[in-house]
Write a protein that binds this ligand. Structure first.
Ligand code: NAP
Length: 332
């Protein structure tokens, strides 16, 4: 059996150009004892993958050049030599960026039994959803009544973060780009502010208009002007959960730091980075808390769908252009 996969031919500097991504084919070896073959139905593309294209080890190894890339995927077992998984089982795993994945069964998890579309386990109930929950609860230690600011608020992580924060009763403000994203956030009962074409000073003024008392929690997904403006709008004992800094992932020069980090002193604030993998032992708790609310339709979630394996690189690159509302996924 053959598998078609996407690889990169070099480690890009700056914004990756489309032509470093190649569609290739390989013959799969015979299925080994304890292995399964999965026909992927949905692939995830995520901003962190840019870090794996740097050629350097960060908290995770870089992608190997000219080899199948990796990423979250869901699909159906089509062949099994595993005692745990059988043909027809719906599963998630990290053998994405390809149509057929062949994996040891310990690298494959059956999808939870909630009445939801399979691709929800790549977004609201997958790694991004877990990231929103862990960042708010375990890193920022979200409290009842906290005022919360979230950047990249209409994305996969942000759109759940704003809703979990709103359930705690404080004022929630989401920062996003396009007008239709702001409207979507407002439809969830959240205040929305655009960062587009704004210096930190203007964004600060707009955040202060939206929440004059300031923020107890800043959920950081972006960096740059968003961080600088957020630092200007903290309350005493504020917590900043540093989840991501997408504004910097394609930079070719080190970015200047925010000019106002001293705001942390004034507000006795804490700023802490985190990686969701370090919190994965709490995934079952997250699923218990958030899963039923998603299944009942109490939590809004959307996907932006790009179709076809060959379009996976385009979907990935579009994350940096803000093309997605909710989770960016590829349908095979
Ligand atoms: N720490 C962890 O373990 C962990 C895990 C998952 C994700 N993350 C991080 O969380 C953040 C969000 O990830 P996600 O998967 O939910 O992605 P996402 O928000 O669904 O997609 C990326 C969004 O970022 C915004 N964006 C892109 N370039 C920007 C820029 N230069 N300035 C401001 N906004 C920009 C765009 O929205 P607009 O239209 O609003 O610009 C875009 O839609 C990323 O920084 C990611 O690296 C961290």
């Amino acid at each position: 059996m053959q598998s078609r996969f996407i690889s990169i031919s070099e480690y890009p500097k700056g914004t990756p150009s489309r032509d470093i991504f190649q569609l290739q084919e390989q013959d799969l070896p015979d299925l080994g004892e304890g292995e399964v073959r999965v026909r992927n139905t949905w692939l995830s593309v995520d901003p962190y993958m840019r870090g794996r294209m740097s050629g350097q080890r960060t908290y995770i190894d870089p992608f190997e050049l000219n080899a199948p890339m990796e990423g979250a995927a869901v699909g159906e077992v089509i062949e099994s030599r595993s005692e745990r998984l059988k043909e027809g089982d719906k599963v998630s795993h990290m053998g994405g960026w390809r149509d057929i994945a062949q994996l040891p069964d310990k690298a494959v998890q059956p999808l939870p039994n909630l009445d939801l579309p399979d691709q929800a386990y790549l977004g609201v109930l997958g790694m991004p959803g877990m990231t929103a929950w862990a960042g708010l609860n375990r890193v920022a230690e979200l409290q009842q009544g906290d005022n919360v600011l979230v950047s990249a608020a209409s994305g996969a992580v942000g759109s759940l973060a704003v809703q979990l924060a709103k359930a705690k009763g404080g004022t929630v403000v989401g920062i996003a780009g396009a007008k239709e994203k702001l409207e979507w956030l407002e439809s969830m009962g959240i205040k929305a502010v655009s960062y587009r074409d704004k210096e930190a000073q203007q964004l600060t003024a707009d955040l202060k208009d939206a929440c004059p008392e300031g923020f107890d929690v800043y959920y950081e997904n972006v960096g740059g002007v968003c961080l600088e403006a957020a630092l200007n709008c903290l309350r005493r004992d504020a917590r900043i959960a540093v989840c991501g800094m997408i504004a910097h992932y394609n930079e070719t020069q080190p970015a200047p730091g925010p000019s106002n980090l001293a705001a942390l002193i004034m507000h006795r604030a804490r700023m802490q980075g985190f990686i969701v993998a370090d919190h994965w032992q709490h995934y079952a708790q997250f699923l218990d808390e958030v899963g039923p609310r998603v299944a009942k339709g109490e939590i809004e979630h959307e996907e932006t769908v790009v179709e076809g394996l060959e379009k996976t690189p385009d979907a990935f690159l579009q994350l940096f252009e803000g093309a997605n509302r909710g989770k960016m996924v590829v349908k095979l």
